[in-house]
Design a protein around this ligand. Structure first.
Ligand code: NDP
Ligand code: MG
Length: 396
């Protein structure tokens, strides 16, 4: 019998983190939970540590470490702190596989550390790749990391590509990638009502249960904008080779179109345990706890062209990709600030994309040559976005 792989989960208390633990726990002979991290949900982390007995747990600060330490007592789990702790569990010599499931820019440095340590890297944290695309992909290549997409669309594309796919769409008989999008909770909401929608309404996704940040991103379709950029870096696709199609049932997770007109799709119930299990077991297949797709019950599969007036975020995603350099990092940082402000009811729903566009207009892209360039662009965009929100609040 083979030795279980040591699994590190960055962002274990989140939606993806918990789904990963659910899948891994079905296969104790294949996976051992080696390290877990959390940010604010320390009680939940304590319960996970008691259940899975990881070697390491990472929390944000010393106060949380003390709280967690009291809950764990037995000492089976060593507690580490902050970014250095996250980097350590991501790159640890005994870590075989890293699930990168921290939300937002906070996940960039530890996710990059896993790439630089040549790990099998399961990427849910799309923001890391959006911000630092060229640097991230260079680290994957140089250190021979195995990068597997968890985002359901990119995992579907990965499954629909030929096994021989060399990592670049050009000249391999592939025409384009079709990314599906549910359209979120406001696909049919009257435009005049969008200004007043609440955070709870925005987070009530029709098909997927997810963290609040990505739920808001799905409602604005900024999630799809980030995914366009993600697809560019993962598959070497040009902006012209990436098309978004609205598909409200979320059953076709994405497609690849070939030169001969064939379109290969991956289908399944909308359950993140499928892409997680696919990546964990890759290149094998294993049980994920997901039921069979009942197509007769689904009944019909609808497709439509996205409405760019309703969803200006898509236009901004293509713009950031075409501009290149620091532009995607600016887009991502402005979005993170805007989403927090919306969730705190300091910014109306439609203000999210207006804010991002204003910040992109104010901060023209510059070249991206190092991680420092990424972090500088991220900080500048956050500062501009916060000033913009403060000015709006004063004007009110
Ligand atoms: P959640 O909000 O549910 O979880 C986020 C995780 O990150 C939690 O463990 C949280 O800790 C941790 N975290 C948050 N902020 C920080 C920080 N500053 N430093 C360290 N850790 C932090 O998010 P999701 O699981 O929904 O999403 C995770 C990532 O996966 C995102 O990038 C998202 O875009 C992507 N993704 C998610 C999908 C989904 O179905 N949920 C689908 C496709 C992609 P704590 O809870 O303890 O505060
Ligand atoms: Mg997705």
């Amino acid at each position: 019998m083979s030795i279980p792989q040591n699994l590190t989960i960055l962002g274990a208390t989140g939606s993806i983190g918990l789904n990963t633990l659910d899948v891994a726990a079905r296969h104790p002979q294949r996976f051992r939970v080696f390290a877990l991290s959390a940010n604010q949900r320390i009680d939940e982390l304590a319960e996970l540590c008691l259940r899975h007995r990881p070697r390491y747990a990472v929390v944000a600060n010393a106060v949380q470490a003390e709280v967690l330490g009291r809950r764990l007592e037995s000492g089976a789990t060593e507690i580490l702190l902050g970014q250095p702790g996250l980097e350590r569990i991501a790159a640890h010599a005994e870590t075989d596989c890293v699930m990168a499931a921290i939300v937002g820019a906070a996940g960039l440095v530890p996710t990059l550390a896993a790439a630089r340590a040549g790990k099998k890297l399961l990427l849910a944290n799309k923001e890391a790749l959006v911000m630092a695309g060229p640097i991230f992909m260079e680290a994957v290549r140089t250190h021979r990391a195995t990068l597997l997409p968890i985002d359901s669309e990119h995992n579907a594309v990965f499954q629909s590509l030929p096994d021989s796919f060399p990592g670049d769409l050009g000249g391999h008989g592939i025409r384009r990638i079709l990314l599906t999008a549910s359209g979120g909770p406001f696909r049919e909401t009257a435009l005049e009502h969008l200004q007043n929608v609440t955070p709870d309404e925005a987070c009530a996704h029709p098909n997927w249960a997810m963290g609040r940040k990505i739920s808001v991103d799905s409602a604005t379709m900024m999630n799809k904008a980030l995914e366009i950029i993600e697809a560019h870096w993962l598959f070497g696709a040009t902006p012209e080779q990436i098309e978004v199609v609205i598909h409200p049932q979320s059953v076709v997770h994405s497609m690849v179109e070939y030169a001969d007109g064939s379109v290969i799709a991956q289908l399944g119930n909308p359950d993140m345990r499928t892409p997680i299990a696919h990546a964990l077991a890759y290149p094998d297949r294993m049980e994920a706890g997901v039921g069979s797709l009942d197509l007769a019950r689904v009944g019909r599969l609808d497709f439509a062209t996205p409405d760019l007036v309703r969803f200006p975020a898509l236009r901004l995603g293509y713009r950031a990709l075409r501009e290149g350099g620091t532009s995607p990092a600016t887009l991502n940082a402005a979005n993170e600030v805007a989403v927090i402000a919306f969730l705190e009811r300091r910014l109306p729903f439609l203000g999210i994309t207006s804010l991002i566009e204003a910040v992109m207009n104010e901060l023209p892209p510059s070249p991206l040559a190092s991680l420092d360039d990424v972090l500088r662009a991220d900080a500048a965009a956050r500062a501009h976005a916060r000033r913009w929100i403060d000015a709006m609040t004063v004007r009110k």
